[in-house]
Design a protein around this ligand. Structure first.
Ligand code: C2E
Ligand code: MG
Ligand code: MG
Length: 864
């Protein structure tokens, strides 16, 4: 521009000028040649000629300088006349427009810029005739037709009385590209901000919000306008730090970043939104922005994310830890640094600001466990092994507690770089555990050790026991307790058992410990002293039961039977000793009760016998070793066979024939009676239906049922299906139960009986009168008949007591509408006695021994 404002003579005029100069020189030279040599004018002319030549040389130099300057301009410079013709162009113009100078001169501006409206140049010239330079952007064409953007600085000037335009065009393709690039990157940046899930907020040096992205709006629950609004939104927000301490505006990260001229990294901030009435937690990083070369930031950019959930989780986690009484720790063996979580500080009663180390933890551990803990920690650190220990700790405040210490090593490249773990307060669990253990080992009624505890104690005593004066086990069973228990009811029975326990403990004194085995059975362990001491203790125990017990103003005599098993002669294991003591106790009972008995080899034989019987019994059913015999029951009024009782017989290959009195108790102990009993019922039903098919008129078959059979849930099912299988009505079957069925507390016994009775099955109480509270039951039970015990029959009619008992049984039973059966009738007198008393049926050797099934159809009762 400066160049064009010089308005130099147009270079197009230069030739004309040169020609003019040459003409003047020529004229002077010619005049000089015509002058005589001594003409005084000659000197003057010569001087003028020299001056003229010099001036001409100077002008040429100026023009050359001007031209080279013109060409040196990097922009395309052209001079246009009014018609738009290019009258001058510099080297850059030739290069930019892609044409040699000769071709460029003479072209029109309209060739270079086809978009330019015709006559536009004239208008431009008239608009800018004042010579003030003007700028516009347009597009120009190269010789090859390609277009490029230009920025043109122009000025109108007069030459030779005619307006011209000097145009300086600058190729701005690069600039335009850069701008487009900038615009694109700006839009990318905006998109990025839009898409970012982090909130972004830009604030000026006065912390006024300049811009926010959508995530910022979402996190803060405000619109862009609301956030950018420069007015302070008084009372809309309150800020707190991570610990919940209030923060002033100047303490916020953006303000700090501006003030401290550094990035404030990852600050957790609580925002109480008063308008929305909610708390949010954000993690903010604020970075100050500086202009080149400036040390004061002109703005600050904050990025933040919503950590409300995280914060809540971590708080919840901490609270949970507190609740669960768990603390966490982390040990950095390289830096030798220990870290405790807040709940751990609390758990250990260590102030949260106290410096902690590995020894802080170790020193709190109880002396007994400290070496273990130290070892475990060392192993974790050196070998990377985890650990799980329970130990006691004593807090600095003196609180003692049990804790569970868990640790685990973390590895990196085979090296332990961290050991992390937890400390859990398990004091309560320990207490509960202790109580539970105590409870598990105590009999709640008497407060004595229970069976498990006694077994444990005996086991302990056997460990390293003395062979000469070793431990002994005493098994105590109260005699006739069941009778008293039935009389007094549960409460009375319980009171009695408690007093019995007290007497026992007093009798044992320092010679051993007592426990309750269950029911009315007790155990005593004499841990040492052998047989002598055990016998002395047994003697004292039986003596302790001499005096009667008192309950509710009444006196009850309860004695005890004691069996003794000594280590090692009577058994080397807990189980063997218990069995021996039990066997000895049973022997003591057999000998008439209220006494004690030491185990002896005869008892040992019995025990081995029992083992053989039980083993054989188990396979008897499969081996078809059972059969039934039937004993007729005769109607006393008419002397005719009415029914039969099925009696079980066992013929074992090893043991030979065996009486039911002997083997049934074993089958009851082992539980085999349930299977065997089911077989008996089915077999009796089968036989009855076979007889009936053969024309034998029998009212029913009676089957003995053990109390143990009622323990099986589907007993009624067993009975009913046997009846159904052989097409028998319920009243074809009679079940003989003993009072034991009623005494043993079998749930649902009554329900089962009713169920069976409802199907017509007849229920009879066998061996009636041997039990203790017999008459009581009669009214309550769904029974049909009583069988007077064989034992009473023997004494009839000679023994007055037996006769009285028999008579009253018959009367009571009859008055209750029950059928009365006399069994074990061996003599005509007994038969007559029953007949006179109006008993209904009689059974016994007088009529028939039990018969094999084949013999029965031929049976005829003896006449009388
Ligand atoms: P129980 O039910 O009282 O049977 C009567 C027992 O007295 C039978 O003995 C019978 O042979 C015997 N007996 C019959 N008449 C006379 C007599 O005039 N004088 C004498 N001294 N005894 C007589 P058994 O067959 O040895 O049965 C003994 C006990 O075994 C039965 O007593 C019964 O309680 C039980 N029993 C028998 N079979 C079974 C059965 O299948 N299941 C169950 N659970 N127990 C059975
Ligand atoms: Mg019977
Ligand atoms: Mg009987």
């Amino acid at each position: 521009m400066a160049h064009s404002s010089l308005t130099p003579p147009a270079t197009g005029e230069q030739n004309t000028g040169e020609r003019a100069d040459a003409a003047s020189t020529g004229r002077i030279e010619r005049a000089l040649a015509e002058l005589p040599a001594n003409d005084p004018l000659r000197d003057t002319l010569s001087q003028a000629l020299a001056g003229l030549v010099a001036a001409h040389r100077d002008k040429e130099a100026l023009q050359r300088r001007f031209q080279s300057l013109f060409d040196a301009v990097p922009d395309a410079v052209t001079v246009l006349d009014v018609d738009g013709r290019i009258v001058e162009a510099n080297a850059s113009a030739c290069q930019i427009f892609g044409r040699p100078r000769e071709r460029l001169l003479g072209l029109s501006v309209y060739d270079l810029n086809p978009e330019l409206a015709r006559d536009r140049l004239r208008e431009v010239i008239s608009e800018h005739a004042d010579g003030v330079p003007f700028v516009h952007q347009t597009t120009n064409a190269r010789a090859n037709g390609s277009m490029f953007p230009v920025e043109v600085h122009s000025q109108v000037f007069m030459q030779d009385g005619r307006p011209h335009v000097m145009a300086v065009a600058r190729d701005i393709s690069q600039h335009v590209g850069a701008q487009a690039e900038l615009r694109a990157s700006e839009s990318r940046y905006r998109q990025l901000l839009q898409a970012m899930d982090k909130g972004v907020m830009v604030q000026d040096r006065h912390v006024r919000v300049l811009s926010v992205n959508p995530s910022a709006c979402r996190i803060l629950r405000r619109s862009e306008q609301e956030l950018i609004n420069p007015r302070p939104q008084v009372g809309e927000w309150e800020f707190v730090d991570e610990q919940g301490r209030p923060l002033s505006a100047s303490q916020l990260p953006a303000a700090r970043a501006l003030r401290e001229r550094r990035t404030i990294d990852s600050v957790t901030l609580g925002l109480l939104d008063l308008r929305e009435r909610r708390y949010i937690w954000i993690a903010v990083t604020a970075t100050p922005l500086f202009r080149d070369g400036e040390s004061t930031p002109f703005s600050v950019i904050s990025t933040f994310s919503d950590v409300t959930d995280l914060k809540r989780d971590s708080e919840l986690f901490l609270r949970t830890q507190d609740l669960a009484r768990i603390g966490g720790w982390e040990w950095d063996p390289v830096a030798q640094r220990m870290y405790f979580t807040v709940p751990l500080y609390r758990l250990l009663d260590v102030p949260t600001d106290a410096p902690v180390s590995l020894s802080t933890l170790l020193e709190l551990v109880h002396d007994n466990e400290r070496p273990d803990v130290a070892r475990a920690l060392a192993r974790a650190e050196q070998h990377g092994s985890g650990f799980d220990l329970e130990c006691r700790i004593r807090s600095p405040r003196g609180r003692r507690r049990w804790v569970r210490l868990l640790g685990d090593a973390q590895h990196r490249a085979g090296e332990v770089f961290r050991v992390v773990g937890t400390v859990q307060d398990i004091t309560k669990d320990k207490l509960i555990e202790d109580t539970l253990r105590q409870q598990a080992l105590t009999d709640p009624l008497t407060g004595l050790a229970n069976r498990d505890a006694m077994v444990e104690r005996i086991g302990a005593a056997l460990d390293g026991a003395d062979i000469d004066a070793g431990p002994a086990v005493l098994h105590i069973d109260l005699d006739r307790f069941k009778v008293v228990n039935d009389l007094l009811g549960h409460q009375g029975g319980d009171a009695l058992l408690r007093s019995a326990g007290e007497r026992l403990v007093a009798a044992v004194a320092d010679d051993g410990s007592a426990g309750r085995f269950g029911g009315d059975e007790f155990l005593v362990l004499c841990p040492s002293g052998g047989s002598d001491r055990a016998c002395a203790v047994a003697e004292r125990i039986t003596a302790a039961f001499d005096a009667p017990f008192r309950y509710a103003g009444e006196e009850f005599s309860i004695t005890s039977s004691v069996g003794i098993g000594c280590y090692p002669t009577d058994g080397a294991t807990v189980q063997q000793l218990l069995q021996s003591a039990d066997a000895a106790m049973i022997e003591a009972k057999r000998r008439g009760r209220n006494t004690w008995q030491a185990f002896d080899p005869a008892l040992a034989r019995q025990m081995s016998e029992r083992l053989v019987i039980e083993t054989q019994l188990r396979r008897a059913l499969e081996n078809r070793e059972f059969h039934l015999v039937y004993q007729p029951q005769v109607e006393l009024a008419r002397g005719e066979m009415h029914a039969v009782e099925a009696l079980l017989r066992w013929n074992n290959r090893v043991l030979g024939p065996m009486a039911p009195d002997v083997f049934i108790p074993y089958a009851e102990t082992t539980g085999d009676i349930v299977r065997i009993g089911a077989w008996v019922i089915r077999e009796a039903c089968r036989q009855l239906s076979a007889w009936r098919a053969d024309g034998l008129a029998l009212e029913r078959v009676a089957v003995n049922v053990s109390f143990r059979q009622f323990l099986s849930e589907d007993f009624d099912e067993t009975v009913l299906s046997a009846l159904a299988e052989f097409g028998l009505p319920g009243n074809s079957l009679e079940l003989e139960i003993t009072e034991r069925v009623l005494i043993e507390d079998v749930t649902d016994t009554l329900r089962t009986l009713r169920e069976l009775k409802a199907h017509g099955v007849m229920i009879t109480i066998d061996d009636f009168g041997e039990g203790y509270s017999a008459l009581n039951y009669l009214r309550r039970l769904p029974i049909d008949a009583v069988k007077i015990s064989h034992g009473f029959m023997t004494g009839v009619p000679g023994n007055e007591t037996d006769a009285v008992i028999c008579r009253s049984i018959v009367h009571i039973a009859k008055s209750l509408g029950l059928t009365v059966i006399g069994e074990g009738v061996e003599t005509a007198q007994q038969r007559e006695f029953l007949r006179v008393q109006a008993a209904d049926l009689a059974q016994g050797y007088l009529f028939s021994k039990p018969l094999l099934p084949d013999a029965l159809p031929m049976y005829r009762p003896p006449g009388w």
